[in-house]
Design a protein around this ligand. Structure first.
Ligand code: NAI
Length: 651
């Protein structure tokens, strides 16, 4: 077996090198070899022990695959106790990411010397855990409780410079290994032994605020609140007692349903992101693109492409629409800058990559064209025909349609093999999900290129076959129908929304419709000729009362100054519709509401799998979590139905 951790001596320094590319993940072998290296170091006459990496990262964390198995000795907390207890100065050399257990290794050293490329973070809560080898006790002792809360509870990653300013990194320099090797003896002798660090100042207000935020942002999740408790303990308990509590919490959480579900999603995302590997790489690059339609979707897609380094032309109908599109893109860039997501330099670079044209003669020979115009088959067919006439034969053509038949669009093309659906979610520059729609004629080469594009855009792609609404919107439609049917049977919008929120959905089905607009689904029902044999409440709201949701001041709810209240009109219309259709009304409780609605979505999801529209249950889980606010900590729709999560109350 290749060793993953090596020990050697360079001059007066002992050097432990992590060498398990690409990520130096910590598994049993690494823990075992690290402990052996620490023990070996004590047998040498050295004045310092340096921990470094042969890879691009320092150590990217624990091997999540091991979390599903019983813990095996040596445990990382014991290994790090041995490291932190060494009588010689220990220095972690960080020239890349030190995350999770990797960060904990660094924190158990007396000093951390980092290059500007390094970053540290403790993202364990994302996997339903707390750090289990000292992170919650050692980080607050170095940087104080408020920042430790941001890193451990909110999952913030610190750059080398931020970590230096906060006190978690001792020095930042271009060549950290050389720096560690040449540190003068005087500096070595002043380093604080990690086990001797003073407890942090208690910060009751910051702890309370973090609890409140965690309850709101990570509703229903146990790990973030547990992490707050552990950080609170760092100010109250001696280090050893705090470490013991932390370890107990880690071991309990590791076996929790939530951690299991979150691991399931983690592996599903990883598999989705590596799909490009299933296709031959034809060497195609994506450097330039055009987006047809500069509306809500077109502009956010264009911004996403430009942010990924592509030059982008937005094609609109006329000069006035071009100006509108340009303003929308500018607003997106300004918003990102205001939120501190991009610097003003980056904003200028992105702006310079974008152009707005109203004439196909001005179109460059782009690698990719995405149409995002009105949801109208004829307009879309016309645009695809024009694009094919002016673009090189190897440019990829894509549509962002939500519902229309992409096979029918493909039929107007002379080279339909280079055409596919790229269904972005709103807003496209933020939402991680991208449904990749394969038509009957899309070639393997086009699909492979599309998956490589999704990588460039840092999206999580899910392959879908052709059906109305593809995977996500088809399930959403069934969900809404089931919710409306329950309304007629006696439940209220408030009751249904609250039940689904309590289950963990980001929003209930009625408030979500009010947010996105009732007119979109209405237009779609009409276009597709869907009728339920009677005028539904949703139809009546749109046709008779022009209630389109928040944007028109009312929909399923009334709105006053942004606050939603139950609508008497909706109650009346519901009762009338139920009476006219002979539906008996009764009471519902929230368990029945959740089980019925999740059950309806699951039935549709099974049909989607059986028809081969989705490839795997995990793909459906990803679509629902990343596109529709399904609770991640329940593992997704299909995982939930198999594990019985749906019927479990929220903790
Ligand atoms: P929108 O109404 O905001 O924008 C459509 C834009 O297309 C307008 O700016 C219009 O001027 C332009 N346009 C129309 N005909 C054109 C033509 N012949 N040449 C150039 N530009 C033309 O619509 P939105 O919401 O951006 O939707 C666009 C597409 O994206 C639709 O197919 C929709 O189904 C799909 N989609 C929408 C999502 C959403 O949440 N809004 C989510 C995912 C997909």
């Amino acid at each position: 077996m290749q060793p993953k951790v090596r020990f050697g001596v360079r001059g007066s320094a002992g050097v432990i090198t992590f060498d398990a590319p690409p990520l130096n993940l910590i598994d049993r072998q690494v823990r075992y070899e690290l402990l052996a290296a620490i023990e070996a170091a004590t047998g040498h006459n050295i004045d310092r022990l340096i921990l470094t990496s042969a890879c691009r990262v320092f150590v990217a964390g624990a091997d999540a695959g091991e979390f599903g198995k019983p813990p095996e000795a040596p445990h990382l907390n014991d290994v790090l106790w041995a490291l932190s207890d060494l009588p010689i100065p220990t220095i972690a050399v960080l020239d890349g990411a030190a995350l999770g257990g990797g960060c904990e290794i660094a924190l158990a050293c007396r000093a951390r010397i980092a290059s500007p490329r390094a970053e540290i973070g403790l993202p364990e809560v994302k996997l339903g855990l707390v750090p289990g080898a000292g992170g919650t006790q050692r980080l607050p002792r170095l940087v104080g409780i408020p920042l430790a809360l941001e890193v451990i509870v909110a999952g913030k990653t610190l750059t080398a410079q931020q970590a230096f300013e906060a006190g978690a990194v001792t020095r930042v320099c271009e060549t950290p290994l050389d720096c560690a090797l040449s540190l003068p003896a005087a500096e070595l002798s002043t380093m604080t032994v990690p086990n001797g660090l003073a407890a942090p100042q208690p910060a009751p207000k910051a702890l309370e605020a973090a609890r409140k935020t965690a309850k709101r942002r990570a509703r229903g999740q146990i790990a973030p609140l547990c992490a707050v408790d552990m950080i609170a303990a760092s100010a109250l308990e001696p280090l050893e007692a705090g470490l013991y509590q932390e370890r107990e919490a880690f071991l309990t959480l590791r076996q929790s349903d939530q951690a299991r579900a979150l691991r399931h999603v983690f592996f599903a995302e990883r598999a989705a992101q590596s799909q490009a590997r299933n296709y031959l790489d034809d060497g195609r690059v994506f450097e330039s693109a055009c987006v047809i339609g500069g509306g809500n979707m077109g502009t956010s897609i264009a911004y996403a492409l430009a942010s990924a380094g592509m030059s982008v032309q937005v094609v609109e109908r006329d000069a006035a629409s071009c100006t509108l599109a340009e303003r929308k893109c500018e607003a997106l860039i300004a918003a990102a800058q205001t939120r501190g997501l991009i610097t003003s330099n980056t904003a200028s670079t992105i702006t310079a990559r974008m152009a707005y044209i109203a004439n196909y003669d001005q179109l460059a020979r782009v690698d990719l064209a995405i149409e995002a115009v009105f949801e109208d088959m004829n307009v879309k067919k016309d645009i695809l025909t024009k694009l094919e006439a002016v673009l090189p034969k190897n440019s990829i053509l894509a549509t962002n349609t939500s519902y229309l038949d992409v096979n029918k669009m493909a039929a107007v093309l002379r080279h339909p093999e280079r055409f596919l659906g790229l269904h972005f979610f709103n807003p496209a520059h933020i939402m991680k999900l991208l449904e990749v729609i394969r038509t009957d004629t899309t070639s393997e080469a086009t699909l492979g290129a599309a998956f490589r594009l999704t990588k460039k855009l840092r999206k999580i792609p899910v392959l879908s076959g052709v059906c109305e609404g593809f995977i996500g919107n088809r399930i959403l439609k069934r969900y809404r129908e089931a919710a409306e049917s329950m309304l007629l049977q006696g439940a209220t919008p408030r009751q249904i929304d609250q039940s689904m929120r309590d289950f963990g959905m980001a929003m209930g089905p009625f408030e979500a419709q009010d947010m996105s607009g009732l007119d979109i689904a209405y237009a779609n029902r009409n276009r597709a000729g869907h009728t339920r044999g009677f005028r539904t409440v949703a139809d009546r709201l749109v046709e008779d009362h022009n209630r389109l949701g928040r944007k028109s001041g009312g929909g399923w709810y009334d709105y006053s100054e942004g606050q939603a209240s139950e609508s008497e009109l909706v109650t009346r219309l519901t009762e009338t519709t139920a009476q006219e259709t002979g539906i008996a009304r009764r009471l519902f409780d929230s368990t029945e509401i959740v089980n019925t609605l999740v059950g309806a979505m699951t039935d549709e999801a099974h049909a989607i799998l059986e028809e081969g529209i989705a490839q795997t249950p995990e793909d459906i889980d990803l679509v629902m979590i990343l596109g529709y606010g399904f609770p991640r900590y329940r593992g997704g729709l299909m995982y939930c139905s198999v594990s019985g999560e749906a019927s479990k109350p929220n903790r």
